[in-house]
Design a protein around this ligand. Structure first.
Ligand code: SAH
Ligand code: SF4
Length: 386
C-alpha cells in the first residue's frame, strides 16, 4: 500500500519528500497541486521536478473515500454518503447560503459518547477516520463542485466538524486535517470559518487551543450535571464545572473571542423556562460573575426511531430563546435544511444502525439500484455557525 498524500499536512508532506531525497520546498508545490487544484495525477503536476514526478506513482497516491451515493435537495443542500468499509458509512453535507457555502464533515464512523438524542450515539463506535478520510471529504466536495460549476472560485467557505463522530476523540487525525483547511497553500480558510463541535472532551479542548485554535462549539444540552449526565454520558467524566472552566481557558485562543453552545431542544426534558433560567445563571455567574463570552444555538431535536424523545414545540423553543436573549445572551434557533433528502441536522443515522442489514443495503447502493431515504444525517448543523 503506498502513502495517501491526503494524510499529510504540509509538515508531513515535507518529511515525506525528504525521505524520498527531495527538497522540502517540493512539498509546497505538491500540496498546492493536491489541495488548491484538486489534481491527483502526478503527471499533470507540470512544475514538479521530473525526477519526483517519476518517483511518486510508485510510492504514493491521492484518494478520498469512495462515494456510495449523492442526494441533491431542492434548497441546494447536497449530501454524500461515503463508504468506510465493513458495512459502515459516513456523511458529508454541503449547505449553500447567499453569502457562504458550509460543509459539514464527519470525524468517526459511529461515536463512542452515546448521547441519548443522537442516532450516531445509538449505533455505537466503529472506527476513527484517518486524516485522509477527514480532509478527503473537503478535497472531494470542493473540487467536484468546482468542476461541475466550471469555476476556479472557492465553493466551500466554511467547514463545521458536526457530522458523525466526536472530533476530539480522534484528535491526532483531526489536527493535520484542520491545518490543511487553514493553510494558505491549501484551502486558506480563516480560523473563524472552521468550527470544531464537541460534546466536551476537556483535555482535548485545552490541546486544541494550543495546537490549532479554530472556532469552538460545545454541545451543552442541559443546565445541570444530573440532566447532562443523563443526556451526554461523557458529562460523568467531565462535569459542567470542568467543562466551563475549559471553555474559559479556550476563549483567549478562540477566533473573535467567543464560543457557541449548542442546545438540542427536547420536549419536556430540557426545554422548560426553569431550564432556561438555570442556564442563564450557569453562564452569567461563571467565574465570580464575570460570565462566559458565548452565544447559544438552539437545535430543534430531529427525532429518530427508538429514541423515546420528541422535539419541543415551536412556541416552546421561541420562549426559551426569548428568555436567553432577554438575559443578554445572543441566541439563534437553527433552521432546518435539506429536509427532502433527510439532511436535516442531528440525525446521523448512518446505515450502520442495523449492522446485520447494513452490508446488504450498501451492496444495493453500490449497484445503483437502491434509494437512500432511510439514511439520515447528523450533519447539516452548520447553518447558524458563522
Ligand atoms: N460529536 C460532536 C459533533 C457532532 S454532533 C458533538 O456532539 O458536538 C453535531 C451536533 O448535532 C451536536 O450539537 C449534537 O448535539 C447535535 N445532534 C445530535 N443528534 C441530534 C438530533 N437528533 N437532533 C438535533 N441535534 C442533534
Ligand atoms: Fe457523539 Fe456528538 Fe452524537 Fe453525542 S451528539 S453521540 S458526541 S456524535
Amino acid at each position: 500500500m503506498t502513502a495517501n498524500l491526503l494524510d499529510f499536512d504540509l509538515e508531513g508532506l515535507a518529511a515525506f519528500c525528504e525521505e524520498l531525497g527531495e527538497k522540502r520546498f517540493r512539498a509546497t508545490q505538491l500540496y498546492r497541486w493536491i489541495h488548491q487544484r484538486g489534481v491527483r495525477d502526478f503527471d499533470a503536476m507540470s512544475d514538479l521536478a521530473k525526477s519526483l514526478r517519476q518517483k511518486l506513482p510508485d510510492v504514493a497516491h491521492i484518494a478520498s473515500l469512495p462515494v456510495l451515493s449523492r442526494q441533491n435537495a431542492s434548497d441546494g443542500t447536497i449530501k454524500w454518503l461515503f463508504d468506510v468499509g465493513s458495512g459502515d458509512a459516513v456523511e458529508a453535507v454541503y449547505i449553500p447560503e447567499s453569502d457562504r457555502g458550509t460543509l459539514c464533515i464527519s470525524s468517526q464512523a459511529g461515536c463512542a459518547v452515546g448521547c441519548r438524542f443522537c442516532s450516531t450515539g445509538h449505533q455505537g463506535f466503529s472506527r476513527n477516520l484517518t486524516t485522509a478520510e477527514i480532509i478527503g471529504q473537503l478535497w472531494f466536495v470542493e473540487h467536484t463542485l468546482r468542476a461541475e460549476r466550471n469555476t476556479t472560485d472557492r465553493v466551500v467557505t466554511n467547514v463545521v466538524m458536526m457530522g458523525m463522530g466526536e472530533p476530539l476523540q480522534n484528535y491526532n487525525a483531526l489536527v493535520p486535517a484542520l491545518r490543511t483547511m487553514l493553510h494558505d497553500n491549501a484551502y486558506g480558510l480563516s480560523r473563524r470559518r472552521v468550527t470544531v463541535s464537541t460534546s466536551g472532551v476537556v483535555p482535548m479542548i485545552d490541546r486544541l487551543g494550543l495546537d490549532c485554535p479554530v472556532a469552538l462549539a460545545v454541545s451543552l444540552h442541559a443546565p445541570n450535571d444530573a440532566l447532562r449526565s443523563d443526556l451526554v454520558p461523557l458529562n460523568r467524566k467531565y462535569p459542567l464545572a470542568e467543562l466551563l472552566a475549559a471553555c474559559a481557558r479556550y476563549l483567549p485562543h478562540a477566533p473573535r473571542d467567543f464560543l457557541t453552545f449548542e442546545y438540542c431542544m427536547l420536549k419536556g426534558v430540557n426545554d422548560q423556562p426553569s431550564h432556561a433560567r438555570e442556564l442563564i445563571a450557569l453562564v452569567t455567574s461563571f467565574n465570580g460573575g464575570q460570565g462566559l463570552h458565548c452565544k447559544f444555538n438552539l437545535i430543534p431535536f430531529n427525532p429518530f426511531p427508538d429514541s423515546g424523545l420528541t422535539c419541543s414545540d415551536k412556541a416552546t423553543v421561541q420562549a426559551f430563546a426569548d428568555l436567553l436573549s432577554q438575559a443578554g445572551i445572543v441566541t439563534t434557533v437553527r433552521k432546518t435544511r435539506g429536509d427532502d433528502i433527510d439532511a436535516a441536522c442531528g440525525q446521523l443515522a448512518g446505515e450502520v444502525l442495523d449492522r446485520t442489514n447494513a452490508a446488504k443495503r450498501m451492496a444495493t447502493l453500490r449497484q445503483g439500484t437502491g434509494t437512500v431515504h432511510t439514511i439520515q444525517v447528523t450533519a447539516a448543523s452548520a447553518h447558524n455557525v458563522r
